[in-house]
Every structure is written in structure tokens, then in C-alpha cells.
Design a protein around this ligand. Structure first.
Ligand SMILES: C[S@@+](CC[C@H](N)C(=O)[O-])C[C@H]1O[C@@H](n2cnc3c(N)ncnc32)[C@H](O)[C@@H]1O
Length: 455
């Protein structure tokens, strides 16, 4: 009826009752020659150099995969997560020349349909969920995922899995669709809900670009880089879809009607700046030096004094403090640590249990009349450059998560303090903006970072 296939009917029924694996229903319904896909066999929006017309349509989806495959290592073992109809696997094989290429998809139908392309790429197909990858730890050098993470039941679990299966230093390259703001009108709400239903998504799967970066950092990735590029992907693909809908040829009437409604709602979401397309690359953490944290005591007075009176340590904090008064300050801190109000730890390098490299702390205080939790860290110059501060921040955040303590944590590194801002980025903090902070009677120009430990 109206050109609907049995798979289309299942899709329509799933609009009302979602079921367990909605993405499988959606992509079986789209089939292998969906008339709005830029080129047959592809299910991505493409990477466009022009405005989005037929002259570029055959090339754009392939170019998107080339862009994403480019950062992956050459000659290594590569995992392609959510490989669609397999059209991307010969492209990944050509760009990366992998020793081993494995293609994962939740849809057995898509893996079967793409069998020839997978064979041409020398790729091994695996039916699996992106959030439960059936591979050993540290078994790949690169993970690629093209335009699929918004479908995964949890980005956090996918990113943790991607990090687990990557060897240290391995590369993740992925594209994703993000949601950058709350809808501001009823029309936006209706357009957003329509898209969620059609693509079988839940609101818990929506995330902003900043949130995706932070989730990657929490999963253990370093050097996380994100590029917003809806103007090279979504917008030209919408223009192509508009042109095709004006002359739908032999496409089934029900498909044309549904596509008109769908395209109108995506155009609205783009106009309202709600949806964005992002490319993300990141590197799996290389095992840095291990650190141990122990509570600070009055026996650490020399360390505390050295940290606060050294001009190099205090350069970003308005210059060294006077030694007098520091003993009293440390006494107060030790009292707060003893009664559990403050966490203030000495950073002990894993390879030198007798050494004290610096401190890391989380404490609660009032800012603008409201209580906030703040994190801070200092590492002596002779211990810097070994990843001890990053390890210490990760260790104290891991402890906070394990003990369910501190919920939202704020950090205020100086705007010119490159290493401390990098630590915030690496450990999953989100940049909120700039603000002036009072510290020991000085005013410091700082970046404000925030991490929600409950998220
Ligand atoms: C928009 S398509 C992109 C397909 C392909 N990457 C391309 O560019 O043509 C999304 C893909 O994600 C797959 N997918 C959705 N959820 C998945 C999951 N949880 N695990 C693995 N694959 C999934 C779908 O089967 C589909 O192949």
C-alpha cells in the first residue's frame, strides 16, 4: 500500500512503540537504495565542497569517510563501528591499508547486504552492539565510526569500549550529530520529537558537542579535538534532498510524503541552531606514571611551604606567598581533612614511595554567596613534565566517583596557564567561560571549568 514494504510498516509501528533495537528497524526500513541517500549504498550525509547538488552527490559520502579515515594510523588493525551497508569499508581499506579490518554492525541485514563490499575491503564482519564490543583489550590501533554514535544506547559506554579495545596511543576518529540547545518554540519541540521518533532515538541519547568531548575525556581519551561542520554536511545534504523531493521520480508516494515532513523538520532544527554535525578525533591514553595519593599531615609543612613560596610555582597565582602564616594555614587544612570536610592529598610518584611531588585537593567554599566545590593542584618544578598532575587529578576524581562525593566540581586555572587548562580538558572538564578570582588578596584572570561527577 502506497509503496510501503513490510520493513516500512514495522518502522511506522515502531513510531508508537519503540522496541529494543530501534536502529535495526529504521535501517531495514531505509533499505539499500533510499532515494534521499546521496549515493546508492551509503547512509551518511556526505562531505560537500559545493552547495549540495547532484554533480557532487556520488562523491560526497565517500569523501566523508576519507576525511574520517585520514587521522587513523596506516598498516594497523582498524575497527569500523556501525559500518552501514559496507560502502565505507573499501574506502577505509584504501586510505589506511590496515593489517586487519573488522566491521561491526547491530544490523544483520546490513552486514548481509554489504557482504560483497566487505569482501572487496578484506573486512571481517561482526554482528555486535557498539556498547558491547566482543574484542580483547588493546586489540586495535584505530577505531572509526561514521555518523552513528547518536544511535548508540550510551555514548559513554561506546567511548569506554572504544578506549578499552584500542592499544595505548591508538586513534579514535568519528562523526556524530549533536544537539546544542533546548528548543525555544512549540514548532522546534514538534520538529525535535518528530526526528526522535523517526530515527528511533530517546532524549537520553542527545548530547552537545562539549558534552561529547567531555565524555571522551572521561573514557580515558587524550588530545580530544572536535570540529563543528554542519555547513559542510547537514546543510548541503538538505539542499540536495529538497531538489530531489521537487522531482521524486519513481519513489513510492509514502516515502516522498514522509521525507517531505522529515526534511522540513531538520531544516527547522538547523535554522534554530539546535542540531550540529561534528568530527572528533582522540588518542587512547598512554600509560603515564602511576601516582598514589595520601592525606596531607603537619609533617608535610616543608612541601607546603616549598609549593607556596617558590616564584615559579606561584607565577600564575600572583607571585610567591610569605612563609609566615603558612603553618597556620596548613594546620587548618589538616583539621578539615581529619573531619572529612576537605580532601587535600600529597601526590606520591608510583616509582618513588618516599617522595612528595605536590598536592591535589577538593574543598567547599562560598563563591558569589553560593557554596561550590573547587579542585586545585600543584606539582614541584623538579617533578613536572611526567604526567603526575594529570594522574593525581584523575585519581582524586576516580575516588570522588567511587565514593559518590562532591557532585559538581569547579576549576579556575589562570587563563595563561597552558598545562593546567590542558589537564582540565583531558580529565573531562567543560569550559564555562572566563572570570576574575580573588586569591590571597590578589585578583587573577582565570578560566572557569566545570565537571559534573553525577553525569
Ligand atoms: C546513519 S547510519 C551510518 C552508516 C554508515 N556509517 C554510513 O556512513 O553509510 C548508522 C549506522 O549505525 C548502525 N548502528 C546503530 N546502532 C548501533 C549499535 N548500537 N551498534 C552498532 N551499530 C549500530 C546502524 O545499523 C547503521 O548502520
Amino acid at each position: 500500500m502506497f509503496g510501503l514494504t513490510p520493513a516500512n510498516v514495522r518502522h511506522v509501528l515502531r513510531l508508537f512503540r519503540q522496541g529494543r533495537r530501534p536502529a535495526v528497524t529504521v535501517y531495514e526500513s531505509l533499505g539499500e537504495d533510499f532515494f534521499l541517500a546521496p549515493a546508492p549504498g551509503w547512509l551518511n550525509l556526505g562531505w560537500w565542497e559545493g552547495d549540495g547538488d547532484e554533480s557532487e552527490a556520488a562523491r560526497a559520502p565517500e569523501r566523508l569517510v576519507e576525511v574520517l579515515a585520514e587521522p587513523l594510523p596506516r598498516g594497523g588493525d582498524v575497527l569500523d563501528v556501525a559500518n552501514g551497508l559496507g560502502a565505507q569499508d573499501p574506502v577505509i581499506a584504501r586510505v589506511c591499508k590496515p593489517g586487519r579490518l573488522v566491521a561491526v554492525n547491530l544490523s544483520g541485514y546490513q552486514l548481509r547486504t554489504g557482504r560483497r563490499r566487505l569482501e572487496a575491503a578484506g573486512a571481517h564482519p561482526v554482528l555486535a552492539d557498539a556498547v558491547r564490543l566482543p574484542f580483547a583489550d588493546a586489540s586495535f590501533d584505530g577505531v572509526i565510526s561514521v555518523e552513528a554514535a547518536f544511535h548508540f544506547p550510551s555514548r559513554a559506554r561506546f567511548l569506554a569500549e572504544a578506549h578499552r579495545v584500542l592499544r595505548p596511543g591508538g586513534v579514535l576518529s568519528m562523526s556524530d550529530v549533536t544537539v546544542e540547545a533546548m528548543p525555544r518554540s512549540l514548532g522546534d519541540v514538534a520538529a525535535g520529537l518528530a526526528q526522535l521518533r523517526v530515527w528511533g532515538l530517546r532524549t537520553s541519547q542527545l548530547a552537545s558537542a562539549d558534552k561529547v568531548v567531555a565524555t571522551a575525556a572521561v573514557a580515558g581519551f587524550e588530545d580530544v579535538r572536535l570540529r563543528r561542520c554542519g555547513d559542510r554536511t547537514i546543510d548541503p545534504a538538505l539542499r540536495l534532498a529538497r531538489a530531489r523531493l521537487a522531482h521524486p521520480g519513481g519513489a513510492p508516494p509514502a516515502h516522498v510524503w514522509a521525507a517531505r515532513v522529515g526534511i522540513r523538520s531538520v531544516e527547522r532544527l538547523r535554522r534554530s541552531r539546535l542540531v550540529e554535525y561534528v568530527l572528533l578525533t582522540a588518542r587512547a591514553r598512554t600509560p603515564g606514571e602511576t601516582v598514589r595519593l595520601r592525606d596531607i599531615t603537619m609533617d608535610d609543612l616543608t612541601l607546603y611551604e616549598n609549593l607556596h613560596t617558590d616564584p615559579r610555582m606561584m607565577a600564575e597565582l600572583g607571585g610567591p606567598l610569605r612563609r609566615s602564616g603558612l603553618k597556620r594555614k596548613l594546620r587548618r587544612i589538616v583539621d578539615e581533612v581529619t573531619d572529612g570536610r576537605t580532601w587535600y592529598s600529597v601526590i606520591v610518584p608510583g616509582d618513588d614511595p618516599g617522595a612528595a611531588a605536590g598536592t591535589v585537593c577538593i574543598w567547599r567554599h562560598d563563591q558569589d554567596g553560593k557554596p561550590i566545590n573547587e579542585i586545585g593542584w600543584m606539582v614541584l618544578p623538579s617533578f613536572q613534565g611526567r604526567g603526575l598532575a594529570t594522574g593525581a587529578v584523575r585519581a582524586i576524581l576516580d575516588r570522588a566517583r567511587a565514593e559518590g562525593r562532591w557532585d559538581m566540581i569547579h576549576a579556575f586555572p589562570g587563563v595563561t596557564n597552558g598545562p593546567s587548562n590542558a589537564i582540565c580538558r583531558k580529565t573531562g572538564f567543560e569550559l564555562v567561560g572566563r572570570r576574575d578570582i580573588d586569591y590571597s588578596g590578589r585578583t587573577l584572570a582565570c578560566n572557569h571549568w566545570r565537571l559534573d561527577l553525577q553525569a
